[in-house]
Ligand binder design. Sequence first.
Ligand code: RET
Length: 249
Amino acid sequence: MFEAVLSNAALASSIYVNIALAGLTIIVIAVMSRSIHDSRAKLITMSTLMISVVSISSYMGLASGLTIDPLVMPEGHPLAGQEVLSLWGRYLTWAFSTPFILLALGLLARSTTDKIFSAIVLDVFMCLTGLAAALTTSSHAMRWLWYALSTAFFVGVLYYLLVEWPAEADEAGTADIFSTLQWMTIVLWIGYPVVWALGNEGLALLEVGATSWAYSGLDIFAKYAFTIILVLYVSDEPDAVVSTSPATA
Ligand code: RET
């Protein structure tokens, strides 16, 4: 499978570019974090750092062919009976990377543990049911039923992003930065199910290289740009973010 990646220039570049950007982001954040001392500010920073730690591992899985397989599509699929290259490792590793995005946002909004926990559980199941959609080859209808279930979990995640956390961020005094990152997240995240639907595993309007680049492009903004914007804000250790001691709270 490693050769299947190497022989397709669009597919290969969509993977290698992200390995480089994830590596770069890790170095930049590791250096910036050295001057952050408050434990809450540091926790948010470390959470964003983990997004790229997962990402570089995820893209290594794709580059090495470990998490890629040709799957024969069932009857009803536009490419029925043909082998479609599935980069299923993406869906698996989103279950590890996206929780860190939500943890960072929840902490920024000073949300409560129960809400952060619930948003993350919904998010993990959104990714795992998306993986199930990609790996189901026995029935075309079942692929889309998994897709629908994943979308239902996604709606749950959107509820926290659109309703619960903005109100809490308002109270916490982080409304400005929160709304920037919140809208960036909502718009970019909606792009992922759209790419799945249009991509080679869905309606097959895009071939594998274009599908992979579409995800990679979304990743560049949803992970690395998101991380840099958030860490630039947190590194000043604003009052709205830092730990409040019991004496002053
Ligand atoms: C799938 C397909 C099934 C329906 C839905 C999906 C949503 C995926 C999302 C992924 C976000 C990924 C990010 C990765 C960065 O590391 C699984 C594509 C709703 C929202 C932000």
